[in-house]
Design a protein around this ligand. Structure first.
Ligand SMILES: Nc1ncnc2c1ncn2[C@@H]1O[C@H](COP(=O)(O)OP(=O)(O)OP(=O)(O)O)[C@@H](O)[C@H]1O
Ligand SMILES: [Ca+2]
Length: 691
């Protein structure tokens, strides 16, 4: 079974490394496994990706690579035309770009490194460590009991207190021959050994390994890939799950459904006839240039192929609907500098130069971009100052969209004097981000996953609290939380139950600890806020599970007791920081993992109880028999047989017991409950009496 297990591990490892990437090969764009990359492929790189092969950077902006896996140095390295070499296995920390593959497989730096290394999977889980403790303890007890029995028997034998069946005394000092005496001593020793054999629970480690391996395989069928074996059992004692919103609770399939532009609401959202052509051109320039996605038009006609993050895809598709010609727009102006979108600032910007001068385009979280706007573009194409009334109007429309669970993204721009642009060191140029002119706001719909509501309910029944921690607008978060049952419409939906990341961040550590328990929804959180919440919850004694997909979730995933990353939408960085990968990205699968975790824990407890009962009973019987009659009912070999059959078959039977629905009606075990509970000890002794 060890062999099969290691085969399984290998299989899982392959699965783990089998990353899908997008490639451009022979003028065609498609997705493929990183094992199928060949030299000459062009691969786009985005924040959070893993560099899939060795290669050279062809184009890119603000690209920073974390080469710690290769060089061991944790500083990120900037890549540009001067330093274009990329090494396989490193992570993209910031920016974006595309690379030309120059080496794959064993011919990469990483491949050579791996060829010299072999992975070690022989880690022991905390449960195994604890069990080893239990097993050693029982072994010691058995050994000392055996020692006592040995002593008692030996004294009785050598002092002539034992008799043969015919009534003659077995040992008489001086008369009994040396050989006979020796045989007698051997017999006594055998009895002692038998007792030790009975006492040691040989099946325990086997049972645990079996249970974990079996559950791991079964969890695979339930779309959960276990990266760290111990997380199976930890998940069983989870008391709270902090989930991100986008992609886990929602489908991550986004479409623009509302648009407010140039002071009016477009109805339908892609009808731009009312907008002057110069304003529309400005907007389209922003959409086409300020993006990490691409629009790919197949040569043989057909539908345009849009790539990028779901948000980018939604915006680009909408751009196409309002008449954007992606390649044409991009060829009309050149990009001077980029500030890539990140989850900390929640906006991304770009400086472009064209015949009409230099424009800085910004796009990001609506209310944040709005607050740095001083003016707005009106219907006739003139720039109007943003009065209090207009600002409130925009605020209101953001709020309305957010309340109907839409994600809001605002577009703004400003002109920039060409003299103000640094000629040298353009890479260090900080794009102007205040005094912007608002172009408009789009509302993006991302529907709730079907089945999430019942999965959340299942967690509630199981005593596991689900919290939502998202980078999105607080109103959007609230609306989605209500939709999937995380928030109760009749309950309290105000602070501190619903809180903004900023408010939480600014509290003292003690205050954070006090309200952490209450927080159900946290909106506009930065990656660090997620981390702070997990830390606060852990300090409160919670066993915290975190789900996430983005690079912004990585710190929290790492800090959590169990980190669950999303397999499809998740970035490599998130997966690397996780313990379990949810292959189908569905929250329902997360709940299944909880169920499996509990079943592992319960099965092991059952097995311990069974094993201890058998051992204690056998021990007591043997000791009594040995001391009273000088012999044991079963000899060592017979006992070993009984032990073997009971232990292995028992282990097998209990280890493979499937989870029951009852498991999800109990309260979680949490951190402090002992493995062998008092009830178990009670059961144990009552059962021993009957044996
Ligand atoms: N590509 C983008 N360009 C500009 N703004 C964006 C982009 N993607 C998201 N946003 C804005 O940033 C906000 C979300 O930021 P963030 O990446 O921190 O959250 P998320 O990971 O998408 O959400 P969650 O934490 O729920 O998974 C969105 O509300 C949106 O307004
Ligand atoms: Ca996310």
């Amino acid at each position: 079974s060890d062999y099969r297990q290691s085969l399984q591990f290998q299989h899982l490892n392959e699965e783990k490394q089998n990353i899908q990437v997008e490639v451009l090969r022979g003028g065609k764009r498609f997705r493929t496994s990183i094992f199928d990359l060949v030299v000459g492929d062009v691969v786009p790189l985005n924040i959070g990706d893993q560099v899939p092969a060795d290669g050279i950077l062809i184009s890119g902006h603000s690209l920073a690579i974390d080469e710690s896996s290769m060089t061991g140095e944790s500083k990120t390295v900037h890549k540009d035309q001067k330093a274009p070499f990329l090494m396989s296995g490193c992570k993209v920390a910031d920016g974006y770009g595309s690379m030309l593959v120059t080496g794959v497989g064993i011919n990469t730096e990483w491949g050579q490194l791996m060829a010299n290394l072999s992975e070690d999977n022989g880690e022991e889980t905390p449960l195994q460590v604890r069990l080893n403790g239990v097993a050693t303890f029982i072994g010691m007890v058995g050994l000392s009991v055996a020692g006592v029995v040995l002593g008692v028997l030996a004294i009785r034998y050598f002092t002539g207190h034992t008799k043969n069946p015919d009534g003659t005394v077995q040992f008489r000092a001086g008369t009994t021959g040396l050989k006979q005496g020796f045989m007698g001593a051997i017999r006594i020793l055998t009895i002692a050994v038998t007792i030790v054999v009975v006492a040691v629970p040989e099946g325990l480690p086997l049972a645990v390994t079996l249970t974990l391996a079996y559950s791991m395989r079964k969890m695979m069928l339930d779309k959960a890939l276990v990266r760290r074996l111990s997380s199976c059992e930890t998940m069983g004692s989870a008391t709270t799950i902090c989930s991100d919103k986008t992609g886990t609770l929602t489908l991550n399939k986004m479409t623009v459904v509302e648009a407010h532009f140039i002071g009016t609401r477009l109805d339908p959202c892609d009808d731009v006839r009312a907008i002057s052509s110069s304003s529309a051109a400005l907007l389209i320039e922003g959409i086409a240039q300020n993006t990490t996605g691409t629009v790919f038009l197949p040569e043989d006609g057909g539908a345009a192929d849009v790539t990028g993050s779901p948000t980018e895809k939604a915006i680009l598709s909408w751009g196409l609907k309002i008449g954007m010609d992606f390649n044409d727009v991009r060829s009309k102006s050149s990009v001077l500098h980029v500030f890539p979108f990140n989850s900390e600032k929640k906006r991304g910007g770009v400086a472009v130069q064209s015949d009409t001068g230099v424009h800085i385009h910004w796009k990001g979280a609506a209310e944040l971009v709005l607050s740095s706007c001083k003016s707005w573009l009106s219907l006739d194409g003139s720039v109007q100052p943003m009065g209090a009334q207009k600002r409130n109007e925009y605020k209101k429309s953001i709020e309305d969209m957010a309340k109907s669970s839409l994600r809001c993204v605002a577009f703004a721009y400003c002109q920039c004097d060409i003299e103000k642009i640094p000629k040298e060191d353009i890479a260090d140029w900080k794009l102007p981000e205040e005094d912007l002119t608002l172009l408009g706001i789009v509302g993006i719909k991302d529907p709730c996953r079907p089945g999430v509501r019942s999965a959340v309910q299942l967690c509630k029944n199981a005593g596991v609290k689900v919290r939502m921690v998202t980078g999105d607008n607080i109103e959007t978060a609230k609306a989605i939380a209500l939709e999937c049952g995380i928030l109760d419409a009749n309950g309290v939906i105000s602070e501190p139950f619903v809180i903004e990341g900023k408010a939480f961040r600014e509290m003292s550590e003690i205050a954070r600890g006090e309200i952490a328990d209450k927080i159900t929804v946290m909106g506009r959180s930065s990656p660090n806020d997620k981390l702070l919440l997990v830390q606060a919850l852990k300090r409160k004694g919670h066993v915290v599970a975190v789900t996430g997909d983005g690079t912004n979730d990585a710190p929290a995933l790492h800090e959590a007791d169990i980190g669950l990353a999303m397999g499809m939408s998740g970035t490599e960085v998130a997966k690397e920081s996780s313990d379990i990968i949810i292959l189908d990205d569905d929250f329902t699968s997360v709940v299944k993992v909880v169920r499996w975790g509990r079943s592992v824990y319960a099965n092991i407890q059952k097995f311990i109880q069974f094993q201890l009962t058998v051992n204690v009973a056998a021990l007591v019987i043997n000791v009594i028999a040995a001391v009273s009659s000088g012999d044991v009912p079963l000899n060592a070999v017979e006992l070993l047989w009984v032990n073997l059959i009971m232990d292995t078959l028992g282990a097998l039977a209990l280890a493979t017991e499937p989870p029951t629905d009852n498991l999800m009606k109990r309260q979680p075990v949490g951190r402090r409950e002992p493995l062998v509970t008092n009830i178990m000890w009670r059961n144990l002794f009552v059962q021993v009496e009957f044996a």
